[in-house]
Design a protein around this ligand. Structure first.
Ligand SMILES: [Zn+2]
Length: 265
């Protein structure tokens, strides 16, 4: 059913931007970007890889994202939910990459936006890996971008919306006052994620109101066999470790078996 509706989309490669996320709230890092692209006439397609159901039923999270995207004027026919298991998507890396390769082939987007490889959450890193690998297989010149959510780079707590250093240059989507208001309205919609998402995003959003805008950058050539930064990753720290029980070596072992080209599948 889902595949059929994906295939049913009208294609116009120059006017399609694909966004790939792990969870139903990751999209908050691209609110201004999505609004800007939509106003330029781009068709926006959004994919969530996991069901987001580790603590909250999948249906609740799906509804929150659907309502939030409606606020940006994006119709539910452009939203795609794949329902791989929250926090364990890396264990399904081969299937995710195969499916995403086909999906990119069907949609023929001109650009793909995803979340950064930063050791924040194993599903975020899996989404980044899947986008890079599927694009390599399907269209190696496809423009790929990433945006930061959170990481543990050089901080004893967490860094929100701040990139770890890489060779590509950070760009910013400027946010007008009305963009800021829209962002607050959209963020408040994720009631099931109040403590985990709404509060940190509002706090960072407030700080960012005085900054250059939403950060994103061309995706660096990541080596997924090495941790994105030195020291313990966010999900390897004690509290996250208790929640996820995932070490970087689990991620590395899972993605190392995924071939970069379709002919090796
Ligand atoms: Zn997430």
């Amino acid at each position: 059913m889902e595949l059929q509706s994906e295939r049913g989309q009208a294609k116009n490669s120059s006017s399609c931007a694909l966004f790939v996320f792990a969870h139903q709230d990751d999209e908050l890092c691209y609110i201004a970007k999505m609004k800007r692209l939509a106003s330029e006439g781009k068709r926006i397609e959004i994919l969530w890889i996991t069901d987001g159901a580790l603590f909250v039923p999948a249906e609740v999270r799906r509804k929150e994202s659907t309502r939030a995207m409606e606020m940006l004027g994006i119709d539910s026919s452009h939203l795609h939910f794949w329902n791989f298991p929250d926090s364990r998507s890396f264990e399904h890396a081969p299937q995710i990459v195969n499916r995403l390769t086909d999906f990119i082939g069907e949609l023929e987007p001109s650009e793909v936006y995803t979340i950064a490889f930063e050791g924040g959450h194993p599903d975020h890193d899996t989404a980044n890996f899947a986008v890079a690998t599927a694009a390599k297989r399907q269209n190696p010149v496809l423009r790929l971008y990433e945006a930061p959510l959170y990481n543990a780079y050089k901080t004893p707590i967490l860094s929100f919306s701040k990139f770890i250093p890489a060779e590509t240059k950070t760009a910013y989507t400027p946010m007008s006052f009305s963009d800021q208001l829209l962002r607050i309205k959209v963020v408040l919609n994720y009631k099931s994620q109040f403590w985990m998402t709404v509060l940190p995003v509002l706090a960072v959003g407030w700080i960012r109101a005085f900054g250059p805008g939403e950060p994103y950058r061309p995706m660096p050539e990541w080596n997924y066999r090495q941790p994105p930064h030195e020291g313990k990753l966010s999900y390897e720290r004690l509290t996250s470790k208790l929640m996820f029980n995932v070490h970087f070596s689990d991620f590395r072992n899972a993605v190392s078996s995924v071939p970069c080209s379709s002919s090796e599948k």
